[in-house]
Every structure is written in C-alpha cells, then in structure tokens.
Ligand binder design. Sequence first.
Ligand code: GLN
Length: 537
Amino acid sequence: MLVQPKFIFVTGGVVSSLGKGIAASSIGALLESRGFKVTLQKFDPYINVDPGTMNPYQHGEVYVTDDGAETDLDLGHYERFTSTTTTRYHNVTTGQIYHSVITKERRGDYLGETVQVIPHITDEIKSALMRVSEGNDVVITEIGGTVGDIESQPFLEAIRQFKTDMGWENVMYVHVTLVPFIQSAQELKTKPTQHSVKALREIGIQPDILLCRSVQKLPESVRRKIALFCDVRNDAVFTAQNVPYIYKVIPGYHEEGVDQKIIDFFKLEGGHEADLTEWNDIVHRLDAPEHTVNIGIVGKYVELQDAYKSMVEALIHGGIANQAKVVLHWIEAEDIEQKGAAAILGDMDGILVPGGFGKRGAEGKIEAVRYAREQKVPFFGLCLGLQCAVIEFARHVCGLKNASSSEFDPEGQCLVIDFLPEQLKIQDKGGTMRLGAYPCAIKPGSLAHQMYGKTNISERHRHRYEVNNEYVKVLTEHGLVVSGAAPDGSLVEMIELQDHPWFIGTQFHPEYKSKPRKPHPLFAGFIKAAVKRNTLL
Ligand code: GLN
C-alpha cells in the first residue's frame, strides 16, 4: 500500500465515443497487473442524479452496483477489467453534486457565505475524489463528455485545482484524442488533437500522457509533431490503436509502454513486472476459438446493443470459458409474434431473453421461451426473461391460460408475476425498484447448484415485479423447479426445468458480476450447453 494515493484523470477530446472508459479500465488493469491496488470512478456532467430514468437509446445500459446504485455503464468496464468493486460513490453526476451542495445550503452549513460554483461546487467534486481513495494506491477518474463542453467545466476546474491540493507528483492527466486518417490525403491528421489539447490547456490542464485513437500505429514523425505542438513529452504520446475486442487494449497499451510511463511518472515503488498471463490467455482464447455457437437474443432495443452491455460481455466471457466464439443474433421479439418462433430461432444453439421493461414484444418473448422449452434448446432468462418463462410455463404447462404480469396487463385475472406489496418498504430507496445485491439460497442438487458449486450466493437486482407466491405451489406441482430463493423463502430468485438440457431463469442480473478473468458460472454453463447442442446437431 502506498502511503499517498496517486490520482489519474482521464479526459477526452475531439469527439465522444473514443473509448475513454476502456482506456481508463485498461490503465487500471495494467497497474493492477503490476501489484498496485486501483479503483476507478466516473464523473458524469449531466444534471440527472443518476441514469436510472434515462432512455436506453440515449444512455445505454444502467449498471447496478452491489449497494444498489444505478450508474453509468463504464462502471461495468471498471469491474470487468480490474478487481475493484464499485459503489454509489464511484459515479458522480452534476445532479448529485448540486443536490448535495443545495442540501447543505438549506441546512445552514454555509451560513453567511454566497454559495458559488467555485469553491463550493468544486470542493464538493474534490471531496468525491477523496471518498473513493481510501485503501487504494491509485484512483483513476474518468471525466465524461468531451473537453470544451460547457457542462463539464466545474469538473475540469476541480481536477485542475486538485493537482495543487495533492502535490504535483501525485496527480496525472491522461487525454484521449483522435488522430483521423483522411482518405483523400492518405494522411493521419494531428490538427484535431492539437485543438483539443489547446482547449484543455486553456482551462489550465496540461496533459501528461496522450492516448491517440488511430486506425494505424502513429509513425514517429506524427508522434513528434503532436508532442511538439501539444507540449507533451515525445515518449508520452501513445497510439491507442483500434482493436477487434476490448480486452486486447490491455496488452496493446503494455506494448506501447503506457504502464511503464505511469510508473516512472509517479516513481511508483513496491510493484513488480506486469503479469499479463491471464489477459494474454483471454486474448488467445478470443483469437483462436475452437467452437462457434449461435445465440438468439430475443428482446426490445435490439438495434441498440449498448443497452445490453454487461450481458454481451458476460456472453463473451462464457465463450472464453469454453473456448467458443459466441455469435449473437439480435431478434426483435415482435418479429417472433409475426413469423413464429421456429422460423426465426430454428438455427440457434441457445436462446436468451434479457431484462427489459414494458409490454411491447412480451408475447414474442413468451413464444421464444415456449420454443426453447419444447424443442429443448438451452435457455437463459434474465429478470424479465425469468418472468416470461414463468408466464409461459403457467399458460402452457399448468393450463392457466390467462397467466400474465401486472406490468403487461394491470387488470389481469391471473397475475403470476406481480408487484409485491412488501416491496413498498423500499420505496424511498429510489422509486419502487428492488436494486442491488441480495442473498439467494440455492436448492441443493439443482442445475443452479451444479453451476455455482455452492448454495449461498449474492447477485444484483433491478426490477419491480416478482413471481407471485400464490402461484408457486401450482407451478412447482407441474414440474417447475424453484432453484433459488430469498434465504427466508419469501421471494423466487431462480427457476429451472427438469428433463431439459439447460433451462434457467434468474430474477437477478448475473451479467453484472461476470468478468473475463472469472466468467460467471451461469453464462459459462449456458454457453457450454450451447456448444454441446451445436456439436450434436
Ligand atoms: N420489467 C421487469 C420488472 O420491473 C423486469 C426488469 C428487468 O428485466 N430488469 O420487474
């Protein structure tokens, strides 16, 4: 443990979507591979308090932490790339900062003072940095948005001041930019990077490292030019080359010398040579798979895969565990309603119904479950996927023809999925959702038990509705297995089928906890079953 934690700030310029989150996470992974304890944090300059209520088209996935915070999807990358466990303090928005300052002002904490952006807002931002630093050698904080945005200015001002507060030797600025290749000129262009660094320098931040996104490795002449005009050391301008999958960024940065540069900059002591054995193995497995499986994902928003980020990664991790290339087929649930499940799902080795909200496409999802159950195709239902599986079973196996969820049919007569009144207790914790980690007791001898290898687990939730306990008896009498439940038995957490190669539904979201170095057992098991089906067919 270092006595004084080091702080790395990751900003972005030129355009958004440059992969700042992956850049920050990869730096974290590399420092961890050298024996340092790291954590990562995201500052989001929007005014929403959290992304919980944002449209997935705009925001992508809402990532849920153990402590039940609804956060930015980059926190998922932080947890997948490193061993940090994020909390509500790891995602800080403008909304939260202002909320906290205004609450203090109303309480009289600033009595007599005029409350201003500087110092009150900036101080609040700086205290958010200190809050996650305890117990860590290095804190990496990513600033959302692009340098030059009006709304990110208080955050940039706070991180600028932080260097003086903490000592120059303890703070580093990493700027991620774009060096585009212009076809007509057949040339890499440095001007956008120059402008972006200029914008950063205007607010007083001099980057220590530039990570230049580029389709090709920057030639020495281009690097020198960028160094010269941006006042960055020649050996601190790195190519962040495009890669086929995100985990390849880690060894890529290492080859470029990014981690060594950081070690030298901070004069970090007590670490060791980078141990990339696990990451190299992952890259090898992804580069040279032995199997291919086709997974049909039946959902809404299928055109917007960022909304399912953690699930996509978890499926890839399942592939890593089985040396399999996982080919995802995004299927609009409404297409199944029109064309029938067999026509669309016939070639799939596994069918997955992911989490989701609302009625649209529900019947198509239920049809997909029916097809998977009857045709004995490996099936995995996540959250809404479990709910659809319970409805399907109730309708077609138990003969409860009107079975539904109060989310789809609020006036329904046979609500096997319902809003449980006991849940109202958690109302003040963010609407009416069950959020965050809850313990679950696994039924001994079940498929779930075989997958997890233990009977006590903890998984993260984000949902409103639950299996209605009034129907559990009829469901189980007809063969549905409740293989996971709240330890006091009050809530169904997992279901499965007997006489089926692999059929599991989870009320929780196991995808949030899957990591490439530790694929989640359910995703590993699902892909394994899909590989088996593929080999048999
Ligand atoms: N819409 C469902 C519920 O609120 C499922 C949510 C989800 O899949 N995350 O219970």
